[in-house]
Design a protein around this ligand. Structure first.
Ligand code: GLA
Length: 748
């Protein structure tokens, strides 16, 4: 029994003590009561409590709406045995369960020792509290395996970050087979609904909704990176109907900060308790730990909203902007960019890019980005990846003349790179065929004619950092679009020898090196901003967002498809990181024809970019673009950093009764400005567009409505109170197919 429990052996299963906090001041976020062994995290939005039970286990107690510091938070006893099949440890809501004793639920940690023992029972040992950070150390009941549970608290949002550090202080090596960042136990209850995001290339961020039934739902990536297929985010709502209510209901949500193989399980056990476990994906996982060595898990952040999933999203957005992004707590607004990928693909050269830059500057673009094709023998996706020297045919005088021209046009310059990949047809691969992920003697499966460099290798890490550092040192580059255009295959690391467990450390070490390269580049080149792209939204998570300033949500730039992709994206991620380009019509993917204004308004819901072929634009197109870019600049702080309200959701089109129309509203933090985007799919049977009711305004203030694009029903007042716009609402004058209108509201 841990030392601190010796004098409290009187805490028995039947005794329930209250966690009144005699010494804690009201301002402290984290309290520990030595009398009851209960830890409490109290923020204005959330109370979270856990404690040490009579057996020495760390057990979850409460997570939800804030309760008064003086309220009792009893340390519950372990459940009694109800049957030999359902012993107490099978149903105890452990805070971080080791796999051992009797527990059939998802363990947070599973270890194999060299003597064949695989039993691990973690008990509380000690803790430290420093400001908004809590560290609880646990230890196996007999072996010197120590686990630090790290809690970080953001008092402003109530978001708690959890991770663990596992240390082997035995004299023998051991192997970690499963390591989660955290187990989150939900309050006991029924009628829970799970929401999560699924997708594929060009079809990211579909919101899925399902009742949580007994059993386990597994969200994961086995692809080596975050992946398009699932995103490491969840939200669980109590008492939800099939269509989520944006503004009411209790919601517990979380996001994992890891860009490699990850897994989140949502499990309802035999007594119908729900727990969410997330961290490294245990599939094909092993991490040998030598004596004295440690393994740290990524952070798993989670929060609570008592006001529906709309508020849950706004909490996460705010948390990302103030706590995660590299420019936290006040990221600079994203500049309006131009990118020529859809216009030119690989056919980039100095005259062509210069001509596009001139046109881009004329409409108010602030950053000109040259995409793929500028380096090596890169004339298609068949060759050149890995050879990061400027292509001498396309740019005979290097990048400088183009960069100078872009600067003369008052834009900064950005460049596309795909550092982790190599085409077999490249000088790099010919020189270092052993640098890619592979199993000796097995096929090396290509995707998009490329292989994945094993970034876990120190020599590959040095090469990748070296060329990027050189590129940024020798050229005045403000922005990198960092791409990653395939998933892993044959993830071997033969240089480590035949021990497959050693080779499996690639899953951790690769991503660590990716993060460390990004961190080192940012430290050395602090003015450079970076976008995370992976064939669209294949690498969007809170881990990469700690090191990049924005993401490319999808290669699908169809403005109608984007409305639902952007809607799904917004459940987990801030519009401030969501790059969105205006491209050509008909679009390459769906061959859908839409007006330039419709395309602009769709992209203006995030960080605006232009990706159309400006050589084909008419004077009228340039005039429309110039007006709308100027209008965007007048609302972008609100769009990017304000509070987002999903007013009419395009989600569920054709499935769960959702609408084909879409409307979003963003409100500035001081509520003096709001911006409304409305989209009509198709008028039917002469029905007018639905009445739009604004949210989040100051009811007492007078707001003037100003058209960004489009008109309103004739009787709409020019100025009215926040209460009017929220309760009376307004009708945009939208008829036809694929029509859009946008308005801003400003306090007079
Ligand atoms: C990926 C990106 C695109 C573009 C191409 C270039 O598909 O998502 O935006 O950069 O690569 O090859």
């Amino acid at each position: 029994m841990p030392k601190h429990l010796l004098h409290t052996a009187a805490i028995t299963a039947a005794v329930v003590l209250s966690a009144v906090l005699p010494t804690a001041s009201a301002q402290e976020t984290i309290h520990y009561s030595p009398a009851t062994h209960v830890f409490r995290i109290d923020t204005p939005a959330v109370t979270y409590a856990l404690g040490v039970n009579a057996q020495g286990d760390l057990q979850a107690i409460y997570w939800g709406a804030p309760i008064a510091p003086a309220d009792p938070v009893p340390m519950p006893a372990r459940h009694a045995e109800v049957a030999s099949f359902d012993g107490p440890t099978t149903v105890t809501p452990f805070e971080y369960p080791g796999w051992g004793s009797v527990d059939y639920t998802e363990p947070a940690l599973k270890i194999t020792f060299p003597d064949g023992n695989r039993d691990l029972v973690l008990h509380y040992l000690s803790h430290t509290i420093a400001a908004d950070n809590l560290k609880i150390t646990m230890k196996d009941i007999s072996r010197d395996v120590f686990v630090d549970l790290i809690y970080t608290v953001d008092p402003a949002t109530g978001v708690i970050g959890r991770s663990s550090v596992i240390t082997n202080r035995t004299k023998e090596p051991l192997t970690i087979e499963q390591a989660a960042s955290a187990t989150w136990n939900l309050p006991h209850g029924s009628d829970y609904t799970l929401r999560y995001l699924t997708g594929r290339w060009a079809g990211e961020d579909h919101l899925q909704t399902q009742k949580i039934a007994p059993g386990t739902t597994v969200l994961e990536s086995r692809r080596g990176s975050t992946g398009h297929q699932n995103n490491p985010w969840f939200a669980i709502e109590r008492g939800a109907t099939p269509n989520p209510d944006e503004d009411s209901g209790e919601v517990w949500f979380g996001a994992l900060a890891w860009s490699g193989n990850w897994r989140i399980t949502v499990e309802k056990n035999q007594v119908e308790d729900i727990r969410v476990t997330g961290g490294y994906n245990p599939f094909d996982f092993a991490y040998p730990l030598a004596p004295g060595a440690t393994l740290a898990t990524p952070a798993f952040y989670a929060g609570y909203s008592g006001h529906g999933i709309g508020e849950a999203s706004r909490i996460l957005h705010r948390f990302e902007l103030t706590q995660i992004l590299p420019q936290k707590p006040a990221p600079r607004p994203r500049p309006v960019i131009y990118n020529s990928w859809e216009a030119t693909e690989f056919a980039v050269d100095e005259p062509g890019q210069t001509a596009l830059a001139e046109k881009a500057a004329s409409i108010g673009v602030e950053r000109f980005v040259m995409d793929d094709g500028w380096f090596g023998a890169r004339n298609s996706d068949h060759a050149g990846l890995g050879d990061w020297y400027v292509n001498p045919q396309k740019f005979p005088h290097g990048l400088k003349p183009l960069i100078d021209k872009v600067h003369a046009l008052h834009m900064d310059f950005g460049l596309w790179v795909e550092p982790e990949m190599v085409n077999p047809d490249s000088d790099l691969y010919r020189a270092h065929p052993d640098w890619v992920l592979n199993f000796t003697g097995r096929p090396r499966t290509q995707a998009r004619n490329q292989l994945v460099l094993n970034l876990a290798r120190p020599d590959v890490r040095a090469y990748v950092f070296g060329f990027l550092d050189k590129l940024l040192t020798e050229n005045d580059i403000a922005f990198l679009k960092w791409d990653y255009n395939r998933n892993w295959a044959e993830p071997g690391w033969p240089a480590l020898g035949p021990d497959s467990n050693q080779q499996k450390t690639v899953y951790v070490q690769y991503i660590r090196n990716l993060y460390s390269i990004l961190a080192e580049l940012r430290a050395k080149h602090p003015a450079v901003e970076i976008e995370s792209c992976s064939g669209g939204g294949g690498r969007v998570d809170l881990g990469i967002l700690g090191l990049t300033d924005e993401v490319w949500p999808s290669d699908n730039t169809d403005p109608f498809d984007r409305l639902s992709i952007q809607d799904g994206f917004s459940y987990a991620y801030s519009p401030g990181v969501m790059m969105a380009w205006v491209t050509d019509s008909p679009g390459w993917l769906n061959q859908r024809t839409t007006s330039l204004a419709y395309r602009f308004l769709s992209s203006m819901q995030g960080s605006l970019g232009v990706g159309a072929n400006l050589n084909h634009w008419t004077d009228a197109d340039f005039a429309t673009a110039k007006d709308l870019i100027a209008a965007y600049k007048s609302v972008r702080e609100t769009v990017q950093h304000g509070s987002l309200y999903r007013l009419i959701s395009p989600r569920g089109f054709g499935e769960t009764g959702g609408s084909e129309n879409s409307a979003t509203e963003s409100v500035s933090p001081d509520r003096t400005q709001a911006v409304l985007f409305t989209f009509l799919h198709s008028s039917t049977m002469g029905y007018p567009y639905p009445q739009v009711y604004l949210k989040g305004l100051d009811p007492a203030k007078q707001y003037r409505i100003i058209s960004i694009y489009g008109t309103l029903a004739k009787d709409t007042p020019e100025t009215a109170s926040g209460a009017y716009w929220m309760h009376h609402g307004l009708t945009p004058d939208l008829t036809g197919d694929f029509k859009a209108a946008a308005f801003k509201f400003e306090v007079r």
